[in-house]
Design a protein around this ligand. Structure first.
Ligand code: MN
Ligand code: MN
Length: 473
């Protein structure tokens, strides 16, 4: 009797597993090697442009061909063909063409490669207090106080008047200089300490120190600023008003690092959402022959609402799809594009907020994802009464669960914080607008949107495993 109940108990109750405990010894080594590869991906791609460059390099090595070239050469789209399409160096989509026509629907992984950061203002350089500084405008949801007192690097692109382009990365090499935003010394921080956390350092206070040595005689005003401009001019040939047509991003300097004596985790800038991007990239590289066309998307501007011509709300993906369908079909019809999209199944690959023992009160412990318990399925995001959320259908969730279980994916369910605590969203709802089935699915993160975020290596691995099995269907 007692043993019968035990059997029934274990078959009808559920406990989400620890993913580390579920690993075989061989898998463990793979998890660490895979993570090393991910760290080098992070170090090479600290901006969306750098990520696109790295993704295209890796994709080409896997046999992916540019859509532009395919169109130019009037090639037909065939089963097994690997195609990539880049949008303005800031977003990229990879396809592995399936045996079925594209209109039958695709298996899609949708991720983003932009991360919260500071952007230089259009006219940034000034001098104050014997220092040269750069004014910034923050991008995405940051806690401003976190960006003071840490080494920063400059990444971006500037155009000279001649139209010549200059790519800049300063502050990543060992012997590079870095840049710095000051915070107030505690001795004089009486007023600051009494402020609300969000007001302690203001947006207009995020000014980056870039120099201190003056140049020139008494006829020259703002000599420190002049010296900085002169260094930039000598090194890159740029002038002050070239900043007005530049895109320069300020990110934390330095490389991704292992965390913990057991080296189980990774601290790095930009896990959100490059961790899902990397898992998606490695997954689509595993696809050779497939019934359905497989897609991995790496989009820009998610952190600011997916607007603009490189965000998910742009027509880029639809346009690329239309091109592919035109190459595949005898007679192109818009209807085929619509069918392709509405017949598709999508994992919206984005990070989730892991349970943080330092801040337990913001989570519902029973519905929070945990670092180390594998990939998260998030049925809905949004705020308050699920406002702004893509609420995935039970039918689709059940299909995804079946796929994960059949492929030994250790997964967990996750809500973004407890009810009415706040909220957030991903690109899921935009993809769902096409009529596709979409659910959020990604890696739990601690310290999300901080200059350094934290993930567990096993969750990255399980996300990769989940994505791969989803693409294979
Ligand atoms: Mn994200
Ligand atoms: Mn984010």
């Amino acid at each position: 009797m007692q043993s019968d109940l035990k059997k029934i108990h274990s078959s009808i109750t559920h406990k989400f597993k620890n993913a580390w405990e579920a690993l075989e010894e061989n898998d463990k080594k793979y998890v660490f090697d895979f993570s090393d590869e991910y760290k080098s991906f992070l170090d090479k791609g600290k901006t969306e442009r750098e990520c696109v460059k790295e993704i295209v390099t890796l994709a080409k090595a896997q046999g992916f061909k540019s859509l532009e070239e395919i169109i130019k050469n009037k090639e037909k789209i065939k089963e097994g063909m690997k195609v990539y399409a880049v949008n303005r160096e800031k977003a990229v989509v990879l396809f592995v063409i399936g045996k079925d026509k594209i209109e039958k629907g695709m298996n899609i992984l949708g991720t983003h490669i932009d991360s919260p950061r500071l952007d230089l203002k259009p006219f940034p350089l000034y001098e104050d207090g014997e220092l040269a500084l750069l004014k910034t405008h923050y991008y995405g949801g940051i806690k401003k106080y976190q960006w003071a007192s840490l080494p920063l690097s400059l990444h971006g692109v500037i155009f000279k008047k001649s139209g010549e382009r200059v790519d800049i990365v300063i502050g990543e090499e060992e012997d590079d200089p870095v840049f710095f935003i000051t915070d107030l010394l505690p001795h004089l921080a009486k007023d600051q300490a009494a402020k609300k956390l969000a007001d302690a350092i203001t947006g207009e206070g995020l000014n980056i120190i870039i120099g201190n040595i003056p140049l020139g005689d008494k006829d020259i005003k703002e000599k420190v600023k002049f010296n900085v401009m002169k260094i930039l001019n000598e090194k890159y040939g740029i002038e002050e008003d070239d900043f007005t047509v530049a895109e320069i991003e300020i990110v934390p300097s330095g490389k991704a690092r292992d965390v913990g004596l057991d080296r189980s985790m990774i601290a790095a800038y930009g896990h959100d959402d490059r961790v899902c991007s990397f898992a998606a990239l490695k997954s689509i590289f595993e696809i050779e022959k497939t019934e359905k066309t497989c897609v991995a998307m790496f989009m820009d501007k998610e952190e600011v609402g997916s607007m603009g011509n490189t965000g998910m709300q742009s027509r880029f993906f639809e346009n690329v799809l239309a091109e592919l369908i035109a190459l595949q079909s005898e007679a192109y019809s818009d209807l085929l594009v619509r069918r392709a999209l509405s017949n598709s199944k999508i994992l919206s690959g984005d990070v989730g907020a892991g349970f943080d023992p330092n801040f337990p009160d913001v989570h519902d412990k029973r519905n929070a994802p945990y670092v180390g318990k594998g990939v998260i399925l998030v049925k809905y995001t949004g705020a308050k009464g699920k406002a702004g959320s893509n609420d995935a259908n039970a039918e689709f969730l059940s299909e995804v669960r079946r796929i994960f279980n059949e492929n030994d994916v250790i997964w967990q369910i996750g809500e973004l914080g407890k009810v009415d605590q706040g909220g957030g969203g991903t690109i899921a709802y935009i993809l769902a607008n096409y009529g596709a089935d979409v659910v959020d699915c990604g890696v739990p993160v601690l310290s999300m949107h901080a200059p350094y975020e934290l993930i567990s290596k096993v969750d990255l691995y399980m996300t990769y495993k989940a994505y791969k099995s989803f693409l294979k269907g």
